[in-house]
Design a protein around this ligand. Structure first.
Ligand SMILES: O=C(O)CCC(=O)C(=O)O
Length: 259
């Protein structure tokens, strides 16, 4: 079991990102099988890059954990929930959604810089995503801007393929972290390692220019202070028919409490 230290929690609070080696190490083969099942049987939100000139295949899909049996042991792993609680500083941990992101060898499309929070209908300090590769990753690893979870304004959410605005509103423009000299945190990772990052942490990833697959599984969780908020339009994920009102905790029959 991956141990989480007080130093990890302090780093998470200060930087909005920390690496937890081996967090999903017990689930590597199961997750690989789940991703294969997911790619063979994509859900309604699955997408692939289809821009003119793109090479390779960038497959992403989310909200499949209740129909892909291989994802369930990870969602229900009490040790993962315990690490999430410690890093967030929350008593409770609640499931939000799963996300699969596969970049096949030679995939040119980068994942643009973005925060997840502005796409979501949930807001709070107690939020966390675990991004875990199922293949060794070097250049195609997740890249996070340290401290961006504390920025006073949200970054404009955009559509990944066209990079056009997802919502109109009072957002800061998408920065160029390299050009602007921001501290970018990225790790060489082995299968089962996990980057923990806050929903407001600015992050992105390069294309996969290697000759190896880059399969990744991500788990999105919330804690005590997370509440439903409205956005200028349908969120991503949309969860149609959820029926929640601003200020409510996420409904537990759709978003189970994990600890
Ligand atoms: O895997 C990637 O390329 C990007 C991952 C990401 O943006 C996310 O997990 O929110």
């Amino acid at each position: 079991m991956a141990r989480v230290t007080d130093e990890d929690a302090a780093t998470y609070q200060a930087d909005g990102v920390v690496l937890i080696r081996g967090l999903f190490a017990d689930h590597i083969e199961t997750l690989r099988a789940g991703i294969a099942r997911n790619m063979a049987d994509p859900g309604p939100y699955a997408s692939t890059n289809d821009r003119a000139g793109d090479t390779g295949l960038f497959f992403d899909d989310y909200c499949n954990w209740d129909r892909i049996p291989e994802f369930q042991p990870v969602v229900r792993d009490p040790q993962v929930a315990e690490v999430a609680a410690t890093l967030m500083g929350s008593q409770s941990v609640q499931m939000f959604h799963d996300h699969v992101l596969v970049k096949e060898p030679g995939t040119s499309m980068a994942t643009p810089w973005h925060q997840d929070a502005p796409y979501y209908f949930v807001q709070g300090q107690h939020t966390i995503s675990f991004w875990s590769p199922l293949d060794p990753v070097r250049a195609a690893s997740l890249r996070c801007v340290a401290g961006s979870h504390l920025w006073p304004k949200d970054v404009l959410p955009t559509r990944w393929a066209s990079e056009t605005a997802f919502f109109e509103g009072d957002y800061m423009p998408v920065p160029d972290p390299e050009a602007e000299g921001m501290r970018i945190v990225e790790y060489e990772m082995e299968p089962g390692d996990a980057v923990a990052f806050h929903f407001r942490t600015l992050h992105g990833a390069r294309g996969n220019h290697s000759d190896a697959r880059r399969r990744a599984f991500s788990l999105r969780l919330v804690g005590d202070d997370a509440r439903y908020v409205t956005r200028p339009g349908p969120t991503s994920p949309p969860f149609p028919g959820h029926g929640m009102q601003a200020g409510q905790r996420l409904r537990e029959d759709w978003f189970p409490i994990l600890c």
